[in-house]
Structure formats: structure tokens, C-alpha cells
Design a protein around this ligand. Structure first.
Ligand SMILES: Nc1nc2c(ncn2[C@@H]2O[C@H](COP(=O)(O)OP(=O)(O)OP(=O)(O)O)[C@@H](O)[C@H]2O)c(=O)[nH]1
Ligand SMILES: [Mg+2]
Length: 312
């Protein structure tokens, strides 16, 4: 386990290199050789933070905090700014660190939603693999019936991770697949159900209505379902991811977030913005296309990787 964690940490560190350059290294650059914390430094810091996608509310909060500490004479050296940045980011991420807990011994349903291409189907494959390894009887349901390729893609994952799949033909009612999956679970075929959904339909309204219907039918068939509505966001889309999250949360209600594609993007700072602005638990992060490239989100691991501090 320790070796696995180390492997993930190293990979995360590599994945976050561009984000680190944009955020941490640029902060290093502006404080280097500076003797005083003045307006020029605040302006430069603000510019860096905005560029790094951490969002205006976080930026404002951080600068106010620094000004406050300077006023109270707790902070006088520019080189200490980085520590305030780190601590503030850590605080915000910690507040949103809440791993998904599956009770076991009862049916647990997960609806996976998000716009097209964010990584829903891939995340489902990785999650199914993960749950299976943990000994949970898991099943996937192909409720993205809008594209034939979507069902095939999940079939490939189903074979790859050796987890059963519930499906119907293309254009079937997605809610009917969720219904079938719950019926299968009730008959003892599985305990944890992960449902794939479409990222795009003819219109956005259609998509939202379809997801609402699925949610309704699931709740009718099994009180408490869906137990988790997992929204998948693509980190490379930066602040668009935040807009998507707001939309899905308002329309459907989101109980957990997965942030994918943190490998190689310069927009990894968006995780701070998501945590700060949305207050929805971040459950998992994705750092690649492989089976093991999904992990539970841990703020200290993320912050250490971002600031390149090797404690893992
Ligand atoms: N680099 C990287 N690629 C990823 C990650 N997660 C998913 N992908 C890739 O992103 C692409 C889209 O992933 P899908 O899982 O098909 O996305 P989706 O949300 O199901 O897309 P639709 O079904 O079209 O709505 C694929 O090529 C994946 O391999 C990740 O964490 N890192
Ligand atoms: Mg898909």
C-alpha cells in the first residue's frame, strides 16, 4: 500500500508540474529578493492567482488574510507569503475532503453525471475496479443510450475489470436501465451499482429532464436511491468546470465530485476554486487513463504534490 501511495504521489507531482509552474513557481519569482510586502506585491500576487484558475473568491480571501496578518505584524517577510498561500489552500481543500463511504450489506447506487468528454465512463471503469478489489459486489449500468459507442465503451470496461454490466439497446429509456439495475441488485446480483449517463442529448433541457427522471425512478424503486450523485469534472476546462458544477448542482443536486485529467494540465488550481465556491465533497481525482489512475482525494497529498514537498 505504501509503495502504491508513493507511486501515485510521484505521478500526481509530475501531473501537477504545469500547475505548479503557474502558481507556486510564479509566487516564488515575485517574492524572490523582495524586502517588503507592498501594493506592488499584492497586485502581482493577484494576477498570478487569477491566471492559475484558483478563482476570485479564493484570491480575495487570501489577499485579505495576508493584509490582516501584515497589519497585526504577524507577517513581514515576503518569503512567508507562500506559506500563507499553502495553508489557506489546504484549509479550503480540507473542508471539502469527505471520502465516499459505502456502508456494505445493503444496496448502494451511484449515478455518474457530467458533460460529454469529462471522463465519466472511464471513471466508472476505474471505480468498478477499485470497488471490486475492495471485495464489493459491483455492477455497472449503461444508461448512456444516446450513443451506441457509449454502451460499447462500458462493455469493454466491464470485460477488462470483470464486472457485470446491465444494458439495453441504443435509444432505450435510460431510466429503464437504472430500473433494471436496481431490480438486479434486489435479486442479489450486486450490491453497488454504478450508472453511466449521457453527457449530451439533443438539448441541455432534455439532458437535465432525463437525469431528473432517472433520479425519481430510482427513488421510487429503492428508498434513499440514488445514494450518490457523482459529478465528473474535467480539470483542463478550468473555470468552465465550475460553471458546469453550478448548473448540475442547481438542477439535479450533486453529492460528490470527481476531478479528472489533473495530469498535465496547467489548470489544476481549479480544484481550489471548486472547493471554495461549491462546497461539495471532492471524492476522487483522476490523473490518467489507466486503471489505477484514480484515487480518493486527500488534501494533504494534493497540496504536498502541488508544492513539491516530499512527505509521502
Ligand atoms: N489524461 C487523462 N485522460 C482521461 C482521464 N479520465 C478520462 N480521460 C480520457 O478522457 C476521454 C473521455 O473520457 P470518457 O470516459 O469517454 O468521457 P465521458 O464523460 O464518458 O464522455 P461522453 O460519454 O462522451 O459523455 C477518454 O479519452 C479518456 O481516456 C484522466 O484522469 N486523465
Ligand atoms: Mg461516456
Amino acid at each position: 500500500m505504501a509503495i502504491e501511495n508513493k507511486w501515485f504521489f510521484e505521478k500526481l507531482k509530475i501531473g501537477l508540474a504545469k500547475t505548479r509552474n503557474l502558481l507556486v513557481k510564479n509566487v516564488d519569482d515575485i517574492i524572490l529578493g523582495e524586502k517588503v510586502i507592498d501594493q506592488k506585491l499584492y497586485d502581482e500576487l493577484e494576477e498570478i492567482l487569477i491566471m492559475a484558475d484558483v478563482g476570485p473568491s479564493f484570491t480575495h480571501e487570501l489577499i485579505e488574510k495576508i493584509k490582516e496578518q501584515v497589519k497585526r505584524k504577524e507577517l513581514d517577510k515576503p518569503e512567508l507569503l507562500k506559506k500563507v498561500l499553502r495553508d489557506t489552500a489546504m484549509d479550503i481543500l480540507m473542508k471539502n475532503e469527505a471520502p465516499l463511504r459505502i456502508p456494505g450489506g445493503e444496496i448502494f447506487t451511484i449515478m455518474v453525471i457530467g458533460v460529454n468528454g469529462t471522463g465519466k465512463t472511464t471513471t466508472i471503469g476505474k471505480l468498478a475496479h477499485r470497488f471490486k478489489e475492495q471485495g464489493m459486489p459491483v455492477m455497472m449500468a449503461a444508461a448512456d443510450t444516446f450513443r451506441a459507442a457509449a454502451i460499447e465503451q462500458l462493455e469493454i470496461w466491464s470485460r477488462r475489470v470483470n464486472v457485470p454490466l446491465i444494458k439495453q439497446k441504443i435509444d432505450s429509456d435510460p431510466s429503464a436501465i437504472a430500473f433494471d439495475a436496481i431490480a438486479a441488485a434486489k435479486s442479489g446480483k450486486a450490491e453497488v451499482i454504478i450508472i453511466d449517463t449521457a453527457g449530451r442529448l439533443h438539448t441541455k433541457v432534455n439532458l437535465m429532464e432525463e437525469l431528473k427522471k432517472m433520479k425519481r425512478i430510482m427513488a421510487r424503486e429503492l428508498p434513499g436511491a440514488p445514494h450518490e450523485i457523482l459529478l465528473v469534472l474535467d480539470a483542463t476546462t478550468g473555470q468552465n468546470a465550475v460553471a458546469q458544477a453550478k448548473m448540475f448542482h442547481d438542477e439535479i443536486g450533486v453529492t460528490g465530485i470527481v476531478i479528472t485529467k489533473l495530469d498535465g494540465t496547467a489548470k489544476g488550481g481549479v480544484i481550489i476554486r471548486i472547493a471554495r465556491d461549491l462546497n461539495i465533497p471532492i471524492r476522487y481525482i483522476g490523473i490518467g487513463e489507466g486503471l489505477d489512475d484514480l484515487r480518493e482525494f486527500k488534501s494533504n497529498e494534493f497540496i504536498d504534490a502541488l508544492f513539491d514537498q516530499d512527505n509521502h
